[in-house]
Every structure is written in structure tokens, then in C-alpha cells.
Design a protein. Structure first.
Ligand code: TRP
Length: 455
């Protein structure tokens, strides 16, 4: 395969080349925040914080965001804007080496696979939103059984189809006419819904116990394990390691400050995660429910709380809409990675690339939807269901590898991308020091830990 082949044409108008698609400055910030904020913040962050030490864990998470998350986020954006290509060809454009672009391709593959199972949970949130608004959710009282009945049937496939279809529809409209347009409306809308729900949660009787559980520092719970969990969460929640920010970065205008964008995205991401915790825990505690529920927390515990709250059906519906919006804007970013790749690689139109990617992603995602309690629950690969295997392989293997590739590439292989970040003086020195010396061993550590080689 010639260089030209793999690249999808250095000479043609690749995505982001002159005349290519561009974000507006606000549109980029909103879209990047939309990518970062997702189920990772609103669904996973609260419950792992509860398990791993409350405020002490939050502190650890912030440290991870600052020393690993921010530098790698900036690195991805810089590679994208300097390389002006998709997650794979940006590497090729900058280094001329296929080896790097192969590693970049892992991100294209990884984003696609994440979308296939992430959209399953996103679909659940739509179902829960609807059945909360209509009141159907509150007909019975055994929410665990309801969750099981729902997830073991076939309707999750329809919801998954719906959310992927909507995502495809937005992406097909393009970067400025689709992705940024929707993010600019949905992200502020999300803030409004979050604030309403937080006000409700914090004024419930007995909310204090929940705030305490979430935020009281318990340093005795901080172990090596919590550090690694915090680091992994920093990666996932910042959407780094899968080429998402490289792809988005390739649509950023030259004049925009990538440093400022990094600060805005990190701050926004953290803020939404904290507010999510201030909704989930006060609500859970106020109704005397058990917080250490893990992944089922929001689908099993919260409906019980909403059912006994005045106007609970409306608040519950809003809560699940919030999850759905957050997941939706993340899916837009994940799906754009393979779409941009297909457009460059095969010279497809945006519409064609989107239609194919979305359709194939749906087909690949169906087994995941059926493996959480459904007909495929007993089908195990290495002791894990299809859903869990995909989650494991992408989050614990592809994500750290992707993060490491980005870090090493910018630290050692591309001066051009390093300059693109636009840092100067001390900031530049600190950034390069982190990328060269601190981050690579940390990533290797998460990797070895999460695949079980060290414990
Ligand atoms: N960050 C999103 C969340 O917190 C998920 C996500 C979007 C993601 N794009 C990503 C995770 C890229 C890893 C890589 O839910």
C-alpha cells in the first residue's frame, strides 16, 4: 500500500485541509466538552467515588486530570490540528511513517467498538426517561426486577437503534452544521437540567448524609488501586486515547488557543462530574437507600427515590434525559472518528461514510445489547459477556495504548505537533517534562494493573 493510499490522499482536500470543515471557536469548546461529559461522569464517577474514598478520591482524580489528563488532551488536539487529518492520517502527515498511523488506526477501531456498546447504555437512558415521564416506571416497586426485565428483553435494541440513528443524522449534517450546532444547544441545556436537579437533591431532607458520603475525605481508603482507578477514569472521562480529540482537533481554526481549550474542557468535565455526585448521593441517602450499588445505582436505586418524591416522575424523567443528552454528545464524538477515517481513506461523501459506519456499528452492537441479561448473557468470552469483554478490551487495553502512542509521538517524534500546542516558557517545559518522563510510566502502570499483570 502506498503512502498515498493509507493517507487517503495528502494532496486531496482531506478533512480539515484548506476548504475543509471547521469548528467555530465556541463550537469547538462546546463539542469537546460534550465529548468529555458522558456516562463516565454522570454514571460511573459518582459510584466509584463512593467506593474509593469520597473527597480523597476526588482529590486524586483532580491530580490525575492535571498531570496526565490535561497534557495528553492538549497533545491530541495539537496532533489533530498540525496533522489536519483523521485519527490515523494525522500521524502519517506529521511523521511520514506508516507505523505511527497504524497505531492511530487503533483509535479508529477503538472508538467504533466503544460506540457499539456505549450506545446500549445510552439507549437504556432513553427508555428510562420516557417511562419516568409517563409514570410507567413507578407502577411497581421492585426496580431491580424491572431493570432486569427490561435489559433481558429485545427492546434495548430498538433504543440503541434510535440513539445511533439520531447520532448518524447529526453527524451527516457535518461539523459546523451538525456536531457543533447540536453541542452548542445541548451542553448549556444540560447545565440547566443539572442545576435544577442539584437544587432538588440538596434540599431533600437528610441530604447532608449524602454530601458527606460523597465528599468527606477518607484517606484510609486511598490505596494503589484507587490511584489506578482515578487515572483510568481521568482517561476515559477526558475522551483521550482513542483519537477523538485528534479528529476534533483537525477541525479547529489556526487562531484558537489550544491551551485555553484544554483548561475549559478539563474544568467543565470536572464540574459536571462533581455536580452529578451532588445529585446522586443526596437523593440516594435522603430516601435511606444503599449507595454502594455500583453500575446499577442510577437505574435501580434512583427510581426508588424519585417514586417517593413530589413530582418525582418529572424529576426522574429530567434526570434520565440528562444522562441521554450527555451520552449522545459523547457518541457524536466517538462516531465521528471512524466517519472521518472512512471519508479520507475511501474518498466517501460524509453522508455515505456516516450511513455505513452507523449501520455497521449498530449491527456490531446488537450482541452487546443482548448480553446484559438477555439471550446472550450466558455466552462468555474468557469468562466475560460480550458487553463486558468489549468494555474491558477498549477501556483497559486500547485506551492506555492509544494514550501512550499520543504521548510518545509528541514527546519524541514530532516537533511540529509540539509547537502546534502553542505553549511557551515554563509551561512548555513542564508539559514536555510530563510527556517525556512522568506520563509514559504511569500509563504503563495502569495498563499492567488493568490487565491483571500487577495487582
Ligand atoms: N468521555 C465520555 C464519558 O465520560 C466517553 C467518551 C467519549 C470516550 N469519547 C471517548 C471515552 C473517547 C474514551 C475515549 O462518558
Amino acid at each position: 500500500m502506498s503512502k498515498q493510499d493509507l493517507n487517503g490522499g495528502t494532496s486531496g482536500p482531506a478533512a480539515g485541509e484548506k476548504g475543509g470543515e471547521r469548528f467555530s471557536s465556541l463550537g469547538f469548546i462546546m463539542s469537546a466538552i460534550g465529548s468529555a461529559i458522558g456516562l463516565g461522569n454522570l454514571w460511573k464517577f459518582p459510584y466509584i467515588t463512593g467506593i474509593y474514598g469520597g473527597a480523597a478520591f476526588v482529590l486524586l482524580f483532580i491530580i490525575c486530570l492535571v498531570i496526565v489528563g490535561m497534557p495528553v488532551l492538549l497533545a491530541e488536539m495539537a496532533i489533530g490540528r498540525a496533522g489536519r487529518g483523521n485519527a490515523s492520517t494525522s500521524f502519517l502527515n506529521l511523521s511520514g511513517s506508516k507505523r505511527w498511523s497504524f497505531f492511530g488506526f487503533l483509535g479508529v477501531f477503538g472508538s467504533f467498538m466503544i460506540t457499539s456498546f456505549y450506545s446500549v447504555i445510552a439507549g437504556w437512558t432513553l427508555h428510562y426517561a420516557l417511562s419516568s415521564f409517563t409514570g410507567a416506571l413507578y407502577k411497581g416497586t421492585d426496580y431491580a426486577a424491572q431493570f432486569q426485565t427490561f435489559t433481558s428483553g429485545y427492546s434495548p435494541i430498538a433504543w440503541q437503534f434510535l440513539i445511533l440513528g439520531l447520532s448518524g443524522w447529526v453527524i451527516a449534517r457535518g461539523v459546523s452544521g451538525g456536531i457543533e450546532k447540536f453541542n452548542k444547544v445541548l451542553i448549556p441545556a444540560l447545565a440547566v437540567v443539572l442545576l435544577i436537579l442539584m437544587a432538588r437533591a440538596l434540599t431533600l431532607p437528610g441530604a447532608g448524609a449524602g454530601i458527606e458520603f460523597f465528599l468527606k475525605p477518607d484517606f484510609s481508603k486511598l490505596t494503589g488501586e484507587s490511584t489506578l482507578v482515578a487515572l483510568g477514569q481521568a482517561f476515559f472521562s477526558m475522551s483521550i486515547g482513542m483519537g477523538v480529540m485528534i479528529t476534533y482537533g483537525s477541525y479547529v481554526q489556526k487562531e484558537q488557543s489550544l491551551g485555553k481549550a484544554t483548561v475549559a474542557v478539563t474544568g467543565g468535565n470536572l464540574l459536571y462530574a462533581l455536580i452529578a455526585g451532588l445529585i446522586v448521593f443526596p437523593t440516594t441517602f435522603s430516601f435511606g437507600l444503599e449507595p454502594a450499588q455500583g453500575p446499577g445505582l442510577v437505574f435501580v436505586v434512583l427510581p426508588a427515590a424519585f417514586s417517593s418524591m413530589p413530582l418525582g416522575a418529572a424529576f426522574g424523567g429530567l434526570f434520565f434525559i440528562l444522562l441521554a443528552i450527555a451520552a449522545f454528545t459523547s457518541i457524536l464524538s466517538l462516531l465521528e472518528v471512524p466517519v472521518a477515517f472512512a471519508m479520507d481513506r475511501w474518498k466517501w461523501s460524509r453522508l455515505k461514510a456516516t450511513s455505513w459506519t452507523t449501520a455497521v456499528c449498530f449491527i456490531v452492537g446488537v450482541p452487546s445489547a443482548l448480553s446484559v441479561g438477555g439471550v446472550l448473557s450466558d455466552f462468555k468470552i474468557g469468562g466475560k459477556t460480550v458487553f463486558d469483554s468489549l468494555d474491558f478490551v477498549t477501556s483497559n487495553i486500547l485506551l492506555p495504548i492509544g494514550g501512550l502512542v499520543v504521548t510518545l509521538f509528541i514527546a519524541y517524534a514530532s516537533k511540529r505537533a509540539m509547537e502546534e500546542a502553542g505553549l511557551k516558557g515554563t509551561l512548555l517545559r513542564v508539559w514536555v517534562f510530563l510527556l517525556r518522563i512522568v506520563i509514559p510510566p504511569l500509563i504503563v502502570l495502569i495498563f499492567l494493573y488493568s490487565v491483571g499483570i500487577i495487582s
